[in-house]
Design a protein around this ligand. Structure first.
Ligand code: ADP
Ligand code: ZN
Ligand code: ZN
Length: 846
């Protein structure tokens, strides 16, 4: 919502602030931009307001300025310069910007980036700004008043009004002549008037307190200085030094005292002997400790070296897809590429799917780069986020590691962007608007900053693959103009083999009378783990609601004859006819009682949760210790990290979890990975189901055998002949992607076409349905023939939190949606009770 009209309402002209009539004449004569839209950020209000720019004030885009707002003066950011003010505003009553507080606060192209986000994702600029800037950015900057001692004539107070005199006196009593406006207001009635009077005479000036440097928290670290010790130590002292050495020779003092069960006095004695030193170290607010082992650059393998060379060769914008199998050393390549960037005095931005799930990655960056690493993600408190944000704009070379929204970190001097696990769907924001994809934004940002973007993955998204490989190697673009590269790391470090994958046909298990969720093969493997005291991960690919219907005897899945997606089961009420629906086109059929393919009565819908599996293990293996890892057990802050740490320290034998477990886990003790049922992934009612299934299963399989012991993967499924299962078995990304791309092309799905999803929801079922039809009709009128309008159809989970959800899918055979007509008029077809959002490039079509 752009509130530009509200400045008219909330900032009524105070006589002293209206532009002088003489200046009014310049408005038409000069083409200069004399108005600006300013993002005003005061407690409770964040919005864009129009102000005029005094002639003698030079104002740039992105400047932080002070503006009158209602009865106060507040901070704001210049978002847009205007040649003419909005027509609906009375020029006479538009108020002036007071002063420029700070210039160059944001990188030059920052606003261009936000503008582009707003345009592409069909939202207003304000929504884009809201995802980018932390809340209360300016609210936290205190506006202050200081006395201009040298301009103050003797006996100044005799020239003043009563209020101005009181303010002057207050300031003179304070030794620096400096107070916050809020304080002055609390002390003097009508302070604003007095302040304006005094500043007109130049006796005082007002300023926004400049961003405070973060108060770094300091903590004492203990460092081992001598590696081999002499006879002068007591056994106890030797023991303490050994603990320190085992921890990489460096620990927080607190941690060492705790782990060695010793005291500060004892450590002081060892210091006196010259074996260790203390030093005060800065700890970032989110830091969990010093990295356990100091990490030095590895000697690169030839593949890694080739990739790094290509990255380092880039002098401007480029997109480099780093396709490396799990454990092939991608992270090492990022680390070394970033080291080069830092040496050049530039900064790097590293995006990861979920910080909480990748503590190991963050630790490795800290081990290599120490305090230059900053973490930014949505679980930080507002204060932490604000501090990090402020630190990023200091301009010193640094690394920001963050989730999706960190793509907006206003790092000046950006030299490199890395998206790790670039295929991951959490880079896409589903709600609220703008529904941006961090990879898309990262690409724009790299273009605007003229720096390279590395996309790393073991299972690249088909978008990135098509973008970087096919274009790059086909020579479609002239070689000297090349901006996309495909870099490959086909082998694990140390030539460790990828684990063998065994596929278990669960239909056979049923035939053999095994009704347990574990096949005999998986049961045997677990027994094996127990005997060898190794560890296992059991994985349950599960979505919120598993609604597809399949046959437990033959694996047949009910599909839509038109859309090539599985049909969803819709529960309406007890005793109602069981309906199956396609939520793309609304094709509907009754659920048959028996399987249309084999006539088995075991035709049912799917779903088996972590809880059930955990119970089953406890029943079959009472001695095994299990940790459950799902959205229920990981709700607490740091819970991810704690549970994984407990598993790594062998407090449990089996980790049972959902999707969350797929990401970046590197645990040497894990030799068995079991997928309890792959089917929940295979038959999602979504055109991306196969891609996501392949990615998830490959990533999960990649958790096995990362240590010295070889690993093994068992995947249970009712559809062993499914192409995804066949390709996962052979770790065959190439053949998977070739087949999948052919299908996408045939149906014009991305990356060969583009989609826009219109989501509608309401408490009123008939209302949302009615609106949906009207909007679909309006779309047909608005869009040209390159678009097809699919639906309206109910969402696969039709009712969520008392709201009925319908959707319309717009599909284009072209990949560019740039010539899209204005869809904002669609809102006219929406009644009050119905909410509508537009998702450009949706990736969750349910
Ligand atoms: P990926 O990010 O592709 O999963 P990593 O970068 O985590 O792979 O590497 C896997 C393991 O191999 C890590 O323990 C890492 O320290 C190690 N490693 C990476 N590169 C090398 C190398 N060139 N020489 C030796 N070990 C390496
Ligand atoms: Zn069947
Ligand atoms: Zn359909």
């Amino acid at each position: 919502m752009v509130n530009s009209d509200r400045s008219y309402l909330t900032a009524p002209s105070a006589t002293s602030l209206v532009a002088e009539p003489t200046e009014e004449y310049h408005h038409t004569a000069s083409s200069q931009q004399q108005w600006a839209e300013i993002l005003v950020d005061v407690p409770g209000v964040q919005g864009l307001y129009t102000y005029s720019l005094p002639k003698d004030l030079s104002v740039q885009l992105g400047d932080i300025v002070s503006v009158p707002f209602g009865m106060q003066v507040t901070g704001g950011i210049v978002i847009r310069l205007l040649e003419t003010p909005p027509a609906d505003l009375d020029r006479e009553r538009i108020r002036d910007v007071e002063d420029v507080i700070s210039s160059g606060f944001f990188p030059d192209d920052y606003w261009q980036l936000l503008q582009r986000v707003a345009e592409y994702y069909l939202t207003d600029l304000m929504s884009a700004i809201k995802v980018a800037l932390p809340p209360g950015l300016l609210g936290r900057s205190q506006r202050r008043i200081r006395l201009c001692q040298n301009k103050l004539p003797p006996g100044a107070e005799t020239f003043c009004s009563n209020v101005a005199r009181q303010i002057l006196q207050l300031l003179q009593q304070q030794k620096d002549g400096n107070y916050s406006i809020n304080y002055l207001r609390s002390q003097v009635k009508g302070a604003s008037r007095g302040i304006r009077e005094l500043s007109k005479r130049n006796w005082i000036e007002s300023y926004l307190e400049s961003p405070r440097r973060i108060q770094a928290k300091l903590q004492t670290a203990v460092t081992l200085v001598i590696e081999s010790w002499l006879e002068d130590l007591t056994p106890r002292q030797t023991e303490i030094l050994q603990i320190l050495r085992n921890n990489g020779g460096e620990m927080w003092k607190k941690a060492l005292i705790k782990e060695a069960r010793t005291t500060a006095a004892t450590l002081n004695k060892i210091i006196a002997l010259g074996y260790i030193t203390f030093s005060e170290r800065e700890i970032l607010r989110k830091e969990q400790g010093i990295a356990q082992k100091t990490d030095i650059p590895q000697q690169l393998t030839p593949d890694q070296a080739t990739a790094l060379k290509e990255i380092n060769n880039q002098t401007g914008y480029a997109q480099l897809l780093l396709h490396g199998v799990t454990g092939s050393g991608k992270t090492e390549v990022y680390l070394q590429a970033i080291a080069t960037i830092l040496e050049q005095g530039k900064s790097a931005l590293v995006l990861v799917p979920e910080i909480g799930l990748t503590p190991q990655l963050t630790d490795r960056f800290r081990a290599r780069f120490g305090e230059q690493v900053c973490v930014y993600h949505s679980k930080l408190s507002d204060g932490e986020r604000y501090d990090t944000w402020r630190q990023t704009i200091q301009g010193e070379p640094q690394i920001i590691i963050g989730t999706r929204s960190a793509i907006f970190a206003p790092l000046p001097n950006l030299g490199l962007i890395v998206l790790d696990e670039e295929h991951d769907s959490s880079f896409k924001q589903n709600r609220p608007i703008p529904t941006y994809h961090a990879r898309t934004v990262a690409n724009w940002r790299a273009e605007l900053n003229n720096c390279p973007l590395i996309l790393g993955s073991a299972t690249p998204s088909l978008e990135s693959l098509v973008n970087c490989r096919e274009v790059g190697t086909n020579g479609i673009r002239p070689i000297d103009n090349q901006t996309t590269y495909y870099l490959s790391l086909p082998e694990r470090i140390g030539s460790r083999p990828l684990p063998p994958v065994e596929i278990v046909d669960m239909r056979e298990e049923l035939n053999r009378g095994n009704k347990s969720v574990f096949s005999l093969s998986l049961q045997n493997a677990i027994t094996d783990i127990q005997a060898r005291q190794q560890q296992a991960i059991l994985f349950i690919p599960r979505r919120g609601h598993s609604t597809f219907v399949s046959c437990r005897s033959c694996g047949f899945v009910m599909e839509c004859p038109h859309c090539d997606v599985s049909l969803s089961y819709h529960y309406t009420h007890e005793g109602a006819a069981k309906l199956l629906r396609c939520h793309y086109c609304n094709y509907t059929s009754l659920q048959p009682d028996t399987c249309p393919q084999c006539c088995s009565p075991y035709l049912k819908f799917f779903g088996s949760g972590t809880q059930k599996v955990t119970q089953e293990i406890s029943k079959l293996y009472p001695d095994l210790r299990v940790i459950r890892f799902d959205s229920d057990t990981t709700r607490r802050k740091n819970a991810h990290r704690d549970l994984i740490a407990r598993f790594i320290s062998k407090e449990a034998d089996i980790l049972v979890g959902t999707q969350m477990l797929t990401k970046g886990l590197d645990i040497a003790g894990v030799t068995l990975v079991g997928v309890v049922s792959a089917d929940g992934l295979l038959h999602r009612s979504d055109y991306r189901a196969a891609e996501r299934a392949f990615q998830t299963l490959t990533q999960v399989a990649g958790r096995a055998g990362r240590g010295d012991e070889p690993g093994k993967v068992i995947i249970q499924t009712y559809s062993p002949e499914h192409p995804v299962i066949r390709t996962v078995k052979h770790h065959d990304y190439a053949s998977f992607s070739t087949t999948e791309l052919e299908q996408r092309q045939a149906l014009s799905y991305p990356p060969y076409g583009s989609l826009i999803l219109i989501r509608l929801s309401s408490i009123e079922e008939s209302e949302v349905q009615k609106n949906a039809s009207a909007i679909a009709d309006a779309c047909i009128d608005l869009l040209d023939e390159s678009w097809s309008v699919l639906g309206p159809a109910p969402a696969s989970i039709m009712k969520v939190a008392r709201r009925y959800r319908w959707q319309i899918l717009l599909k284009n055979t072209e990949t560019q949606t740039s010539n899209l007509p204005d869809l904002s008029s669609l809102k006219e077809h929406c009644s009050q009770a119905v909410s509508m959002t537009i998702d450009v490039d949706p990736i969750n079509i349910d």
